[in-house]
Design a protein around this ligand. Structure first.
Ligand code: NAP
Length: 352
């Protein structure tokens, strides 16, 4: 690993959606990061101030552009890449141009993107750049899982669990591929869910990397729960008897044994058939000696009575964005190639 840069790291923000609102706010607040450019995917965002697009009160003087060439020619140290979908060709081009990339978009190791991992690794090495993917889950939750094993003498199995009531975010574009409201037992539904959330397979590989495990394979198990009443959710109504709960387990197998697991449960209602209770957060479970559980308590930094759905959404985006923002300096200093939490120092927050 090389040294951390002493000057501010020159950063380009790629798109200005939900996660970007949190990355841009954080980048502008940090003296060791400098926002030098912003890419806009939507034509109507081109020419507008990046901070304004991210709903910040003051403009920042950086204008959004769709000129990819000009952004790469400005030789930023790092692109914060947070579009809705990963464009492998584009990221390959960034890395080949020597630009480091941190991302929340459908990439942690590339195992879930057939063919892409090798191409991105080769481009990164050729360009002398690094590529790092995270977010809360998949991402930071696997780092927490790895850390939780650090007090164990023996570990047999490690699981990270996310269980959330997602009814407040029903209309979000990130929900589109999950098939909410499809009939129970609909042919091909489990395969569609698997491909929509394939990046969780990468999360299994991140955890295995941190634990120095060689995996034989990663299995995926999907279960559904039905709505017990009609759900009148804004932008995504769900009829009684159709899918309103989804359980997704990605399981890493080594030497024929299940060793690591990412378990996600997303529910659109409190009551489902069969029942799918949620804890509203993240839990790590280590089956070992001793047995360890770690519960992540995430509470708003404001009086609860003032909390809006938008504020709650903002917390979700903050915990998604901060793991990549805090990693930027370490990723710039890291060896070229695809890097994971197994390669970086713990990317903690920078105090003012
Ligand atoms: N690991 C985690 O914990 C975690 C959690 C949440 C989200 N994520 C991931 O982070 C990424 C960003 O999420 P988000 O909620 O910020 O997404 P978003 O707001 O829905 O979209 C982000 C931006 O992508 C661009 N965009 C919209 N439609 C697109 C399309 N069809 N193809 C390419 N780009 C498109 C737009 O850019 P402009 O702004 O330029 O128009 C949009 O603002 C997603 O891949 C999401 O799955 C990860």
């Amino acid at each position: 690993m090389t040294h951390l840069p002493e000057r501010p790291v020159r950063v380009v923000q790629w798109t200005t959606g939900n996660v970007a609102r949190a990355t841009v706010r954080a980048i502008l607040r940090r003296p060791d990061l400098e926002l030098v450019g912003c890419y806009a995917w939507s034509p109507d965002k081109v020419g507008r101030d990046a901070a304004e697009l991210c709903r910040l009160p003051e403009p920042c003087g950086v204008t959004a552009t769709d000129d990819v060439e000009a952004l790469l020619e400005s030789r930023p140290d790092c692109v914060v890449y947070t579009p809705l979908h990963m464009d492998v060709d584009l990221v390959e081009r960034m890395l080949g141009a020597g630009v480091n990339v941190v991302t929340t978009a459908e990439f942690l190791t590339g195992h879930s993107l057939p063919g892409a991992r090798e191409r991105l690794e080769a481009a990164a090495r050729a360009g002398g750049a690094s590529l790092f993917g995270s977010g809360m889950n998949p991402g930071y939750a696997q780092l927490l899982a790895a850390v939780a094993t650090g007090i164990c003498q023996e570990v047999r199995h490690v699981r990270s669990v996310e269980s959330v009531d997602v009814s407040g975010f029903a209309a979000d574009s990130n929900m589109d591929g999950l098939g909410w409201g499809r009939p129970i037992g609909d042919e091909g539904h489990a395969d569609d869910v698997r491909s929509a959330v394939a990046v969780f397979e990468d999360g299994v590989h991140v955890l295995a990397d941190c634990l120095a495990l060689e995996l034989d394979r990663v299995d995926c198990r999907i279960g559904f729960g039905a709505a017990v009443r009609d759900l009148d959710l804004p932008g995504r109504p769900i009829a009684r008897g159709t899918v309103a709960g989804i359980d997704v387990r990605f399981v890493g197998i080594a030497d024929g044994r299940e060793v690591v697991e990412l378990h996600q449960r997303w529910a659109m209602d409190r009551e489902l058939d069969p029942p799918m209770p949620v804890d509203h957060g993240y839990r790590i479970e280590v089956d070992g000696s001793p047995q360890v559980t770690l519960t992540l308590g995430i509470l708003p930094d404001q009086p609860l009575e003032t909390l809006t759905i938008e504020d709650m959404h903002g917390i979700g985006m903050t915990i998604t964005a901060m793991p990549v923002v805090h990693a930027i300096r370490h990723v710039v200093a890291a060896r070229p190639g695809i890097v994971t939490y197994a390669d970086l120092p713990v990317p903690s927050a920078v105090l003012p």
